[in-house]
Design a protein around this ligand. Structure first.
Ligand code: NAD
Length: 354
């Protein structure tokens, strides 16, 4: 399918982590807008199959299968970008707990490299690219106020509890981005994503909804950690991806942190039951103590809900896709792959779009 550029010449856009769950939907939103997209992804948690629809488009995105740190020197020799979306990260508390050093390094060092690259556009091209840094609601830590407002304090446990290193690494990313804005005038927006769900999300890294869907499809009981009365807000990725584009292009968002997600809380127990009823299987969830699910002393939050006033004010953001639709589409898995399978490939290849 050919898409005429809405911007002439077409915007040159870089998406890091573009083969991931959110990144692949973002790439499609950008292609719909006629952008010329370059993706950098090392497929550590992303999948080539996530890009199947995007790579079949005309014009297709360019896919550099590479660690971000190795791709940057290649990109430095090329014409500058108009927009940069930085989504590449070691994602999820479970992964951080399993591989803490690599995850912290990936999150902090790669973001520092990316921001230096973005600010370097001033030297090479004069104009600085609009830049978006994907952060996380985890940054709020165990703050007790609800809903979370962007200017609330972030409250963490001790450094001996690995769980907080994901939050701390994303908080450092935010500080780095705000420092690049202050020092170099980089037009950057930091988006704190709350639980984002939808097609292509994997269950491997502890993401709750695909795990529940996989369990119910397999005829097993979804495993709910703790008492299941903790609440979260789930927003469909197809609402989130276009909002990322609007936030990056919104002048009022520059140099600011913006919450993005849904603000209607659902308990994890309710979520498990909703998956069962939506998929037509009456399977009762089982409760699993946190100590067994993660590690002794694991601290979870009772509630995590965004204050969306800023996103509403800046771009008129309002989620539109009901959770039942998300559950059905996640179960359907348009690409026919299992939500738990991760494609791994040797890094270092640039894949020419067909
Ligand atoms: N999904 C959510 O609910 C959620 C919530 C909060 C924040 N986020 C943030 O959104 C972003 C995208 O998350 P996602 O859910 O799509 O996860 P994902 O794991 O599907 O996407 C991350 C992508 O980055 C790639 N990647 C990781 N390290 C890389 C590196 N060094 N070089 C190149 N590529 C690398 C992975 O292969 C993957 O494709 C992340 O920054 C994450 O922290 C997501």
């Amino acid at each position: 399918m050919t898409h005429a550029p809405r911007h002439n010449p077409p915007r040159r856009v870089l998406v890091t982590g573009g083969a991931g769950f959110i990144g692949s939907h973002l790439v499609e939103a950008l292609l719909d807008d006629g952008a010329q997209v370059t993706i950098v992804d090392n497929l550590s948690t992303g999948r080539r199959s996530n890009l199947a629809q995007a790579l079949a488009r005309d014009p297709a995105p360019r896919f550099i299968e590479q660690d971000l740190a190795r791709a940057i020197p290649i990109l430095e020799r090329e014409p500058p970008f108009d927009e940069i979306y930085h989504l590449a990260a070691a994602v999820g508390v479970k992964r951080i707990i399993e591989r803490p050093a690599e995850s912290i390094e990936a999150n902090v060092l790669d973001t520092a490299t990316l921001l230096r690259f973005a600010s370097g556009h001033a030297r090479r091209a004069g104009a600085l690219p609009n830049t978006l840094i994907a952060s996380s609601s985890e940054v709020y830590g165990k703050g007790v106020r609800s809903p979370f407002h962007e200017d609330d304090d972030c409250v963490y446990g001790p450094t001996t509890a690995l769980r907080w290193s994901y939050a701390a690494s994303k908080a450092i990313d935010e500080h780095l981005a705000l420092a690049a804005h202050a020092r170099d005038g980089l037009p950057v927006v930091i988006v704190r994503l709350f639980n984002t769900v939808g097609p292509r999300q994997l269950g491997d890294y502890g993401m709750v909804l695909p795990n529940f869907v996989n369990a119910v499809l397999a005829g097993e009981s979804p495993r709910v950690f703790g008492d299941g009365l903790q609440t979260r807000c789930f927003c469909d990725v197809r609402d989130v991806a276009p909002a990322l584009v609007r936030l990056l292009r919104c002048p009022g968002a520059r140099g600011r942190v913006v919450n993005l997600g849904d603000d209607r809380p659902v308990s994890i127990l309710e979520l498990a039951r909703l998956v069962g009823s939506t998929l037509g299987r009456a399977i009762e969830p089982v409760l699993v103590p946190y100590d067994r699910a993660y590690a002794p002393g694991f601290e979870d939050l009772r509630e995590r809900r965004p204050d969306l006033a800023r996103a509403r004010g800046l771009i008129g953001f309002a989620p539109t896709i009901p959770l039942e639709v998300t559950v059905r589409d996640l179960a359907h898995r348009a690409d026919g792959s299992r939500t738990g399978a991760v494609a791994r490939a040797a890094p270092g290849r640039e894949v020419a779009a067909p």
